[in-house]
Design a protein around this ligand. Sequence first.
Ligand code: HEC
Ligand code: HEC
Ligand code: HEC
Ligand code: HEC
Length: 126
Amino acid sequence: MRKKGLYVIVMMALFSWAWVSSYSDEEKTRIDNEEFGNPKRVACVYDHDEHMEASELEECNVCHHLYEDGKKVEDETSEGESCAECHEVNSSEDTLPLRKAYHTRCKGCHMTEKAGPILCGECHQR
Ligand code: HEC
Ligand code: HEC
Ligand code: HEC
Ligand code: HEC
């Protein structure tokens, strides 16, 4: 009888944990991964404003760079354009494919700065 009571309490705790975590999951801001069609991973968690503050970045074109005729235009940004407009999902001739563009930019900085997530599950977080 006592054991059954404990079982019920454990199950109730598990259910409420599952409910809370599924609920908070909806609150996370993520990078749009629709471009990938059939994504393998859950989209990367990323809150644009929070990240600006946390990383203490000031230049927008660290990410939103602008290229013209294959050359980077310094001091200009492409902030209205999505990465996918220039970086196609499937590798084209001479631009990085979209996944690589993201991983190189995002993970790349986290590794050199020794700050920010570098493990798959830290970014592609349920
Ligand atoms: C710094 C954050 C970060 C890390 C770490 C990271 N990714 Fe990503 N990844 C992204 C972003 C941003 C995208 C672009 C779209 C999105 O959000 O899924 C992406 C896209 C992808 C895609 C293409 C979309 C899809 O789901 O099919 C795959 C596959 C992927 N990542 C796998 C991985 C694997 C495997 C690892 C670990 C080896 C990893 N990623 C680590 C940020 C990250
Ligand atoms: C660390 C990288 C990074 C930095 C720095 C950054 N952004 Fe972004 N921004 C992104 C990513 C990633 C997206 C989503 C792009 C996509 O969907 O292709 C985005 C999207 C946007 C969008 C489109 C918004 C939307 O809802 O679709 C605007 C506008 C924008 N950024 C403006 C800025 C401005 C202004 C700055 C500088 C104050 C800035 N960004 C700095 C990474 C960055
Ligand atoms: C106006 C078009 C354009 C937009 C928008 C754009 N890129 Fe690029 N990007 C290029 C071109 C062209 C190159 C040079 C060829 C190459 O290496 O792919 C490049 C190079 C890169 C590189 C390798 C060189 C470097 O700077 O480290 C990364 C990483 C990258 N882009 C990530 C991104 C990400 C992430 C976004 C969105 C936040 C983005 N790009 C938006 C055109 C663009
Ligand atoms: C130029 C450097 C730089 C670039 C580029 C960059 N990050 Fe970061 N990121 C940081 C730093 C530094 C931190 C650690 C901030 C702190 O101390 O919490 C961080 C933290 C994070 C965190 C955890 C903290 C939070 O509040 O967001 C996530 C998630 C993240 N980055 C995702 C991304 C993604 C996705 C991209 C690419 C679109 C990206 N980062 C590009 C420097 C960068």
